[in-house]
Design a protein around this ligand. Structure first.
Ligand SMILES: *Cc1c(COP(=O)(O)O)cnc(C)c1O
Length: 395
């Protein structure tokens, strides 16, 4: 191969390493769960999006096996050619019913759901107003649209309102926000955002990837938590986090919007359909969550135990109620070193630093699961306390 090209790539890799931004991938030799096997031995996992502990749930795995047996590996097609099974339709109906929408369209990821949304529903006559901390897939999706783009500082609703005023001559204004912001565990103030959207006749899109299935009293997500159920017209979310953790995503909305996406959305039209095993597991997952709130209730109790235990131990845990519990450390090296020492203590966590989070706000992002036992949570707090004292993070 052209050696100049490879030299350039090597230089870029060196820059990444020199800046301390190289991403090591730890290898796991077991299914996901509260405990996972890594080369160093069995460790407790506190950094997965496996919020409801369903990623290796025997009922979901059995449903997936049945899907595999009865419907094969996949459809070898996109939906509109020969990629739609009856079970895809069932899953779309169940998600719509569970979340209170007219219709739903499946994608192979939420990244694709966001990637195929904005370009399809807007043109240069429209405007999109986006929170500055929105997920990369929203940012990329918005980039594909010809609409005028506005960005407001994370959570700054006065700035959002100024953009709504500035864009008043546009045909349609779409306001887009994460329901929960993944690095902070912050929940968007959907009540106030809905009021602004009503006042200025804008359409709200929420990405509830870190909420669907467990945020809100019955796990319907941030709209339920914020008391605005039924007032978020367009919702995207993932099957790859709380809802089983395999992969897949979806968009919910009014029937006309979903029909337009089925006809025009490029990741849907030009990418393979969701695999039957995942479809079947997802149906079982939605049925389970519609029948009981037991898992999200346990997750809530686990989250409160961890957050209060760590705060009492003297740690700076970012305030909130979400199972994303960021331990704020400031310095990137401290975050890296602490994560390393925690692994030696049998606790698997990851340090996050610039550019994933702002400079000077390095942290360990701890994520709680319904699969954790109180004993495992207490062991994690005790290990953090030992390491925190040894490193001088707490006294
Ligand atoms: C994880 C995440 C996604 C991507 O979901 P995938 O289904 O894994 O592509 C999109 N948006 C948000 C807010 C997320 O947290």
């Amino acid at each position: 191969m052209n050696s100049k090209f490879l030299d350039r790539v090597t230089l870029e890799l060196n820059d990444i390493r020199d800046a301390g931004l190289w991403k090591e991938e730890r290898v796991i030799q077991s299914p996901a769960g509260s405990q996972v096997k890594v080369p160093q031995g069995d460790v407790l996992c506190f950094c997965a999006n496996n919020y409801l502990g369903l990623a290796n749930d025997s009922r979901l795995v059995a449903a997936a096996a049945q899907g595999l047996k009865e419907r094969g590996l996949g459809l070898a097609s996109v939906r509109f050619i020969c990629g739609t099974q009856d079970r895809h339709k069932v899953l779309e109906r169940k998600i719509s019913e569970f979340l209170g929408y007219e219709d739903c369209i499946l994608y192979t990821s939420c990244f694709d759901a966001n990637g195929g949304l904005f370009e399809t529903i807007t043109s240069d006559q429209d405007a999109i107003i986006s929170d500055s901390l929105n997920h990369a897939s929203i940012i990329d999706g918005v980039r594909l649209s010809k609409a005028e783009r506005y960005r407001f500082t994370h959570g700054d609703l006065a700035e959002l309102e100024r953009h709504l005023i500035a864009s008043k001559d546009k045909r349609t204004r779409i306001v887009t926000t994460d329901g929960v912001f993944s690095m902070d565990g912050d929940i968007a103030d959907l009540k106030a955002i809905c009021e602004l959207c009503d006042k200025y006749d804008a359409i709200l899109h929420v990405d509830d990837s870190h909420s669907t299935g467990f945020v809100g009293k019955t796990g319907r997500g941030t709209a339920e938590y914020c008391g605005v159920s039924g007032r978020v017209p367009i919702l995207t979310s993932t099957l790859g986090k709380a809802l089983g953790g395999a992969s897949g995503g979806f968009t919910c909305g009014p029937k006309q919007v979903i029909d337009l996406l089925r006809n025009r959305s490029r990741p849907y039209l030009f990418s393979n359909t969701l695999a039957p095993a995942i479809v079947e597991a997802s149906i079982a997952c939605i049925d389970l969550l519609a029948s009981t709130t037991e898992l999200r209730d346990r997750l809530e109790a686990n989250t409160m135990r961890f957050r209060s235990g760590m705060t009492e131990a003297g740690f700076n845990i970012r305030k909130g109620v979400h199972p994303i519990a960021p331990l704020m450390l400031g310095d990137a090296k401290v975050a890296q070193e602490m994560a390393k020492r925690m692994l030696a203590e049998g606790i698997y966590v990851i340090g996050f630093s610039f550019p994933v989070v702002p400079k000077g706000l390095a942290r360990i992002r701890i994520q709680i699961s319904a699969a954790h036992t109180f004993d495992q949570i207490d062991r994690a707090i005790a290990a953090f306390t030992r390491v925190g004292k040894a490193m001088g993070v707490i006294s």
